[in-house]
Design a protein around this ligand. Structure first.
Ligand code: TEU
Ligand code: CA
Length: 591
């Protein structure tokens, strides 16, 4: 097997594990910036905003899928991995994006959707023709997907429920009446799962990934990759939940190692981040291990599952701070020296974090957004900033289902408000409230650039409504102010570049049982960081243990960053008070 030619000139030097002190900016291209007024964000739009990302201080971008797509799931249903969605631009635009990003010292991570394709991908169109071709030869594409026979009464091969609702098994629309073959789709019926057991398919995917790396991209975000190996027995699941059988199947580790060997390891210091719901620190230790033989890091979901998570997201449950602290601490400690964490609150699948905790409106809006940012960015791992998070963008108040675009929310609407069977039913008003609270479209409303119509996102009609608060929350306004959320993120990101301890220091929680404050230290032999974040809209008290004071009292102390203009000094003492939503980081050491 020959190596793909490396286009040296377009590749920035990638030092080993460069992601460990990088901050990644995530772009959802459809909603970022529309350059031609058709209402849809596009690649020239992204290129035009690279200086903005640079100004923020991020040194890598993860861009959500920009490939040819049938758009049932906004690009997560690919019809051709080697073409660009024409709504977004051309291959030349993609190449220019790589080049322009690199010129600015920004690396580009692209989204790889390898668990499934679109039902309109040529592979699937061929596959659904049946096991044999009209001339009697076996259909080479049949085994690119997962086909099983249904039961004697036409029932699906098992009771697995798709993540976007309904049975995980469907028959192709073109199937003859008497056909009993179903294909598996973990997400929607328009997203048939690829059959990773087929070596020919795996080689096709590896070749395609090498082709992108040869173009100069710096790595991959691996979409839903934990699902590529399934329990080969396809047993019924207790409650229809697909995850225990469809994720982390018996061949997952083998496939992941093979992908590393065949793709990542053939290029220098490629970064990979594997999206894996159902992750545990034990799994992270294997898949994001330090020897680089699988992925660079993973996205775990446990912290976001605290208010319902994927298994049942349509609730009003709130994240409990004590639970959050225990969980984050567990990850920080378990992975230290063994694997690498990603740090994130937001992405294109999550409601805006400042609406989940913090205050999305009122006098504490910006202060609470800064508090939440500071609290996570100073942990160990690679932080991700999702477009608009750096402005404190909030959830959208959906008042009609006609405003909703997301396939997941639309399916949930049918299930919980429609006539069909469901354990729970909601009124339409209740469901709209839940979508406004939890739906994925909250993250997908257009980026708020300025106070001009459509928030400066598009000169046309945006494909999804702009959040009405754009006149108040937008980038142009925040760039004029030194105390804006944007400027705070900028400072946080700059700190990571300056203080090695943020990347390398150990983590320990402080005042663990405090129900209102998240306080922790980062430490090395000679240095210490004290991080304190008040999650409440009232003053709180923090207590530090005696040994913490003893080890730091002879060191010089300085506040590196605070969200509270009243916090000018910090005196190390056994207890101290935090103002509402106050957060700061203090450095102890020789300065
Ligand atoms: O998400 C995969 C995933 O695990 C989902 O269950 C995710 O947690 C869910 O969307 C939350 O509501 C990835 C992509 O990030 C998502 O946008 C895609 O829809 C999905 O894969 C299918 O490709
Ligand atoms: Ca456009």
């Amino acid at each position: 097997m020959t190596l793909d030619p490396l286009k040296k000139d377009s590749i920035m030097q990638r030092p080993p594990k460069w992601w460990k002190n990088s901050v990644v900016y995530q772009i959802y291209p459809r909603s970022f910036c529309d350059s031609n007024g058709d209402g849809i964000g596009d690649l020239p739009g992204v290129i035009g905003k690279l200086d903005y990302v640079k100004e923020l201080g991020c040194d890598a971008i993860w861009i959500c899928p920009f490939y040819a797509t049938s758009n049932y799931d906004n690009g997560y249903d690919i019809t051709d991995y080697e073409r660009i969605n024409p709504e977004f631009g051309t291959m030349q635009d993609a190449e220019r994006l790589i080049e322009e990003a690199h010129k600015r010292g920004i690396r580009l991570i692209i989204d790889m959707v390898l668990n499934h394709t679109s039902c309109e991908h040529p592979w699937f169109l061929e596959s659904q023709k049946g096991p044999t071709l009209p001339d009697g030869r076996p259909n080479p594409y049949r085994d690119f997907y997962i086909w099983r026979e249904g039961g004697p009464n036409g029932e699906a091969p098992n009771n697995w429920e798709a993540i976007f609702g309904g049975s995980a098994w469907s028959k192709p629309e073109t199937a003859p009446e008497d056909s009993s073959s179903f294909y598996l789709h973990i997400f929607s019926p328009q997203q048939p799962d690829l059959n990773w057991e087929n070596p020919a398919l795996r080689q096709e995917l590896y070749r395609m990934m090498r082709w992108w790396l040869a173009k100069g991209v710096d790595g991959f975000r691996m979409d839903a990759v934990c699902y590529i190996s399934k329990d080969p027995a396809f047993p019924d699941s207790k409650d229809g939940n697909i995850r225990p059988y469809a994720s982390f199947g018996p061949h997952f580790e083998t496939f992941a190692r093979e992908m590393n060997r065949e793709v990542f390891s053939r290029f220098e210091n490629v970064m990979t981040v594997a999206e894996m719901s159902e992750s545990t620190p034990e799994r992270a230790e294997i898949y994001a291990n330090e020897d680089g033989s699988i992925f660079s890091m993973i996205f775990q979901f446990q912290h976001l599952d605290l208010d319902g998570g994927d298994s049942f997201k349509w609730t009003h449950r709130k994240i409990d701070l004590l639970e959050l602290k225990r969980l984050m601490g567990f990850w920080q400690t378990a992975l230290y020296g063994r694997a690498w964490n990603s740090l994130y609150w937001c992405n294109h699948d999550q409601a805006r974090i400042f609406s989940r905790f913090g205050e999305a409106e009122g006098p504490f809006r910006e202060k609470s957004a800064k508090m939440i940012a500071l609290c996570s960015h100073l942990m160990q791992g690679t932080p991700y900033v999702y477009q608009g998070e750096e402005l404190g963008m909030t959830n959208y108040p959906f008042r009609s289902i006609s405003e909703v675009r997301d396939i997941e929310s639309l399916n949930a609407w049918k299930k919980f408000c429609g006539p069909g069977p469901s354990e729970v039913k909601y009124t339409e008003a209740e469901m709209l409230d839940l979508i406004s609270l939890r739906g994925r479209d909250n993250a997908r409303t257009p980026m708020q650039w300025d106070a001009t119509p459509n928030a400066g996102f598009s000169a046309g009609t945006p494909w999804i409504n702009v959040n009405p608060n754009y006149t108040q929350i937008n980038a142009a306004e925040q760039l004029t102010r030194d105390d804006s959320v944007f400027r705070f993120y900028q400072k946080l990101i700059a700190l990571r570049k300056k203080y090695e301890i943020i990347t390398a220091g150990r983590y320990a929680v402080l005042d663990e049982e405090n129900p209102d404050v998240y306080a922790y230290e980062r430490f090395t032999e000679d240095e210490n960081l004290l991080v304190a974040a008040n999650f409440r809209n009232h003053p709180t008290r923090v207590t530090l243990p005696a040994d913490y004071i003893a080890k730091n009292q002879s060191r010089s102390a300085g506040i590196l960053l605070t969200n509270d203009p009243q916090r000018r000094t910090f005196q190390l003492s056994e207890t101290f008070t935090l103002n509402p939503y106050e957060a700061f980081v203090v450095f102890f050491g020789v300065r």
